[in-house]
Design a protein around this ligand. Structure first.
Ligand SMILES: [Zn+2]
Length: 584
């Protein structure tokens, strides 16, 4: 593990302007210090003071990896002085295909009993900050983002700290659809002995609600029904374009990349900025529109203001208008900070200031975790990877309903090239047809199987589940590329559909090579009529008319069923030659 401070990019001591991009590093570079010496100097300085990681954000960012670290001490100090926090979490799914198939021996199927919530690996806390009651350096009062590395911090200690913060009436917590994060966070801590995880977050305001209040008051329109993404809200409220590149990156690898750190910090930090805009509106100060319209400064003047300059450096603007809008917000925020500095100094142990407590009284919510929230449910689980549920429209399907592949037997993913299917009860007839053309097609072991059992069997036996039940498709995330919804209703057409979809190679020798009753194989050598009569005793009657014909009998190894090459057989072979278009 590489310590973030040694990660190469310029670091700077805390205490400077949060957004200052040119710091002590430039001086050291100018004085010709080698990178090695520079690093040593920084590390030495950080034994007593935390150093911030340089990100593309106008905010100090600290990665917290140990209790006995200046970063953790600074986190504690900042939490005690912040009355507003932005919270966000990143996690890795509790299991993925590679987890299941990788490693040695038999892969364990993720049965519902072992279904876990994703493990939270990183918790981001953005502190709005407040003037230092001890009269510290001016820069010490600015916002900061802390990235808590939950893979290396001892969770019980963090649990105590967070529990207090989450329930403190003096700290307003902001989040974006944070309940899901809290459920995962709670389960992560509970699985490390911190039972029962977290109970509630209060007072809390969801940034989606903030966005709705903002759009309501400024336009008078009803809020749109669909929930916008945080990126969209950021773009609309702050004029900032957030990168979505790292949204799906692996949050369990260490060290985190610089881009991951920036992305993670941004998600928590912009919650504060959006809330600032809301609080301004609420406090009856100038709305941003009014403020912007009264702006007589030119762009040059805006750029000369240091904080605005930082914004310009750190933000990817999509248009000039966004640039002006964003800059106005930065100026507006400065006026709030200036106003709050004139108020009596307060610390986190004191009640919220007047404006904030009004906001909390009016809009504060509470996230409460119930017992039912603490257990993953296969049917209601809202994973990020869960595909949409398809409607039951005959003959009309979206492309999402199509086979994506590759199937589990594909050699590109280490398969043996032997297609295997599991046919749901609704397509049992198809199973018999598949067996007729020599394809391994199992049926569920129980007559009315639960979806869980079907998925478990398909997973264990590396089969593709064939079904007509659209509802089963929502479990696709459990066994990716192992469920296919058959579109045709007629068995002949279903067979052809499966052959074409999975590009099965059917040869004439394969026809009737498998027991249609049980999917088993036949014994190696055909039986004579005498052997067949002996073998059939007690469970199968061989018609007398066969006795004088010179026929070959075949017996299933598994269920002992006898087959012979009579007229029925010949007809069936011809039928499948036609269905599978083996003549063409
Ligand atoms: Zn059989």
């Amino acid at each position: 593990y590489r310590h973030p401070r040694a990660a190469g990019p310029p670091t700077r001591p805390s205490g400077g302007q949060p957004a200052e991009v040119t710091g002590g590093d430039r001086t050291s570079a100018a004085s010709g210090t080698s990178a090695m010496e520079g690093e040593t100097a920084t590390t030495a300085a950080s034994t007593s003071t935390s150093t911030a990681i340089t990100t593309m954000l106008p905010v100090e960012t600290h990665l917290v990896t140990a209790l006995e670290s200046p970063e953790y001490a600074l986190l504690q100090r900042s939490l005690a002085r912040s009355s507003v926090l932005g919270l966000d979490a990143e996690w890795k799914p509790s299991y993925r295909r590679d987890d299941l198939c990788g490693g040695g021996g038999e892969a364990a199927y993720p049965s519902t009993s072992s279904l876990l919530f994703p493990t939270v690996t990183l918790l981001q806390i953005a502190c709005r900050g407040a003037p230092d009651p001890a009269g510290g350096a001016a820069g010490d009062s600015g916002p900061r983002v802390f990235l808590l590395d939950l893979l290396s911090l001892p969770l019980p200690a963090v649990w105590e700290l967070l529990g207090d913060v989450f329930e403190s009436p003096h700290v307003l917590k902001l989040g974006f659809r944070f309940k899901q994060d809290l459920v995962y966070l709670s389960s992560t801590f509970a699985s490390h002995g911190c039972n029962p995880g977290f109970n509630k977050v209060e007072p809390f305001i969801d940034i989606t609600s903030v966005y709705h209040y903002l759009t309501n008051t400024s336009t008078g329109k009803k809020p749109p029904k669909e929930t916008k993404s945080l990126a969209t809200i950021c773009k609309e409220v702050l004029g900032i374009v957030m990168s979505k590149e790292h949204q799906c990156s692996d949050w369990s690898i260490r060290p985190l990349t610089k881009e991951q750190i920036s992305y993670a910090a941004a998600d928590a930090y912009y919650l504060l900025e959006i809330f600032d805009v809301f609080q301004c509106n609420f406090s009856g100060q100038d709305s941003v529109e009014q403020y912007s319209s009264r702006l007589t400064r030119g762009l040059k003047d805006l750029f000369l203001t240091s904080s605005v300059c930082d914004n310009v450096l750190s933000i990817k603007y999509s248009s000039a208008s966004d640039m002006v809008k964003s800059s106005s917000y930065a100026l507006l925020r400065n006026t709030i900070t200036a106003a709050s500095t004139s108020l009596p100094l307060y610390s986190g142990t004191l009640p919220l200031d007047l404006s904030l407590s009004e906001v909390v009284t009016k809009y504060g919510e509470r996230i409460l975790l119930k017992e039912s929230d603490r257990k993953p449910r296969i049917s209601k689980r809202k994973g990020r990877r869960q595909p949409p549920v398809f409607g039951e429209y005959e003959g009309e399907f979206t492309t999402n309903n199509d086979w994506q592949g590759p199937p589990p037997w594909d050699s590109s993913i280490g398969g043996d090239e032997c297609p295997r299917f599991l046919c749901d009860v609704m397509v049992e007839g198809l199973a018999k047809y598949l067996r007729c053309v020599g394809i391994d097609a199992a049926i569920p072991s129980s007559k009315k199987p639960e979806p869980r059992l079907l998925i478990e069997q398909a997973y264990k036996e590396k089969r593709v589940l064939l079904t007509r039940d659209a509802k089963l498709l929502k479990h696709q995330y459990l066994i990716r590329n192992q469920i296919y919804r058959v579109k045709n209703l007629i068995k002949n057409e279903q067979l052809l559909e499966v052959i074409e979809t999975f590009q099965l190679k059917i040869s004439e020798e394969q026809l009737m090579s498998r027991c249609t009753k049980c999917n088993g194989h036949f014994i190696q050598k055909p039986l004579t009529i005498e052997e067949a009569i002996t073998a059939s005793k007690g469970f199968q009657v061989i018609p007398d008319c066969l006795f004088n014909q010179d026929l070959e009998f075949w017996q299933c190894i598994d269920c002992n069923q006898l087959y012979w090459e009579g007229t029925q057989y010949q007809n069936a072979v011809q039928k499948f030659i036609n269905v599978c278009k083996l003549n063409d």
